[in-house]
Design a binder for this molecule. Structure first.
Ligand code: 13P
Ligand code: ZN
Length: 271
């Protein structure tokens, strides 16, 4: 058996949480990540028959029975993941009943997976239906995205449109736009269900006055989605109080989307 600390999926979680922390997106225990793993890659590092303990999830994830995820722990600081992955991360498998997580590694101080597991697993289920290659769900509190929530209408067409206007490549990076939820109580099945519903159409979902969710095939893709929204939100926050002299026109956004051959939300443009 190889040393799990050398596994690419553990290293990637360490690198990503460290990057997110250094960018100021994930203060204290803010943010969480889950990544779907292949049984074959995990079995190189762990005995899959060795269940350390079982933890009820509080909801049913039938479509994910037998699936294995690496997930950040609840209350754990992204700042600390890199120096102590075994305590701050866990590898879980959804048990046959669909409502229990079998711990295969991690949460070594007796902890458990993120309180946002409902939003993560429900989003995985929703995304896998539209994209069987989806692997990653990421939640974060990026500063400018959050600031924008306080000064911009929380309407997904208007919110997406403003972001698309802020950087030329936005419409190419997230042509499907950004779904927006109003403020809701976090850590609940209800916010999980609402997020997953949005994930049927979007890879990015803003949680009003809280943060953002992203989903993608790889850690880089998912991180890049949130990073691009955050950059656009930063430009917006730097300019929102100033007279707007120039902007990217809707006809130019259409030109971009067509040139780069992306399937974009036409109804989010005013043409
Ligand atoms: P956890 O510490 O449970 O992952 O919660 C952090 C968070 O961002 C809640 O939305
Ligand atoms: Zn949060």
């Amino acid at each position: 058996m190889k040393d799990i600390l050398t596994a690419p999926f553990v290293k990637e979680m360490c690198e990503t949480t460290a990057n997110m922390y250094r960018l100021g997106w994930d203060e204290r225990n803010g943010g969480n990540i889950s990544c779907l793993l292949d049984e074959s890659e995990v079995s190189e590092y762990l005995d899959l028959n060795n269940v350390i303990r079982t933890i009820p999830t509080g909801f049913e994830a039938k479509d994910l029975i037998g699936k294995i995820f690496i997930v950040t722990g609840t209350g754990k600081y992204f700042k600390n993941v890199e120096k102590d992955p075994e305590n701050n991360l866990g590898i879980i498998r959804i048990a046959k009943d669909g409502t229990t997580a079998e711990l295969l590694w991690g949460y070594s101080d007796g902890g458990k997976f993120t309180s946002e597991l409902p939003a993560h697993l429900m989003s995985h289920m929703a995304r896998l239906k539209v994209d069987p290659e989806n692997r990653v769900v990421m939640h974060s509190h990026p500063t400018n995205t959050l600031a924008m929530n306080y000064v911009h209408e929380l309407d997904e067409k208007k919110f997406t449109h403003t972001l698309w206007e802020m950087c030329t490549e936005c419409i190419v990076v997230f042509p499907d736009g950004v779904g927006v939820l109003p403020w809701m109580l976090c850590g609940t099945n209800e916010i999980g269900e609402a997020t997953a519903k949005k994930m049927e159409n979007f890879r990015l979902v803003v949680w009003g006055m809280h943060g953002i969710y992203g989903a993608g095939k790889t850690m880089d893709e998912t991180f890049g989605l949130i990073e691009t929204v955050e950059k656009a939100a930063q430009i917006y926050m730097l300019t929102a109080h100033l007279p707007r002299v120039n902007t990217i026109k809707d006809s130019e956004m259409k030109e971009l989307a067509e040139f780069f051959k992306v399937k974009y939300r036409k109804d989010f443009l005013n043409l």
